[in-house]
Write a protein that binds this ligand. Sequence first.
Ligand SMILES: C[S@@+](CC[C@H](N)C(=O)[O-])C[C@H]1O[C@@H](n2cnc3c(N)ncnc32)[C@H](O)[C@@H]1O
Length: 182
Amino acid sequence: MARVRREDFIPDRVWIEEESGYVAIDRSEEPHRWEGVVYANRVVVTQFDDGDTMWPAVGRRPTCSASMPSAVVGMLDALDVRQGQRVLEIGAGTGGTTAALLPLLPAESTDYVYSDISSAFLAAAEERFARFPFVSYRVIDIERSPQMQGLSAGSFDIVLAANVYVLPPPANEVKPVVVPSS
Ligand SMILES: C[S@@+](CC[C@H](N)C(=O)[O-])C[C@H]1O[C@@H](n2cnc3c(N)ncnc32)[C@H](O)[C@@H]1O
């Protein structure tokens, strides 16, 4: 995780939660503070209210964040991705989890689908992760049927969703796209 360049995927304008509430930080105005929070073991909020609230205003609900690095390490350890597996990432957002995971995967035998409900994240991710040719990018709304969005049954070995709050009820919908033994 220490090798991951977090400035490559964390936006220049973020919010952090302090005792007084959320505080906005702009990289160009406070570069040292920005770098400090981006490399700290804490959550950094990158979007409020699905983008309806514009920076620096604090919205009602944080809808995208870069997860706490220690939580990502624990999750990747438990994930145990092996040679040749097909991975679907749901709600990949700005790619905080992806950035830690991709360098660990064997390029010649991995298929990795990077998805999010918001197409705005995909174009940026495609550029950011261009050096990983085994990644493809697509819009998937996990609150809708995966099959209706072109995902066939048993097409993934692992489905990963880090910090995607909508998951509990639709998780059952995801099951058919994962091979039964996974
Ligand atoms: C808190 S962010 C997490 C980003 C990333 N997984 C991480 O850990 O850094 C939640 C992401 O879920 C996405 N999302 C919200 N609703 C979704 C849905 N119904 N289907 C797929 N993605 C969704 C948002 O667009 C956002 O990018």
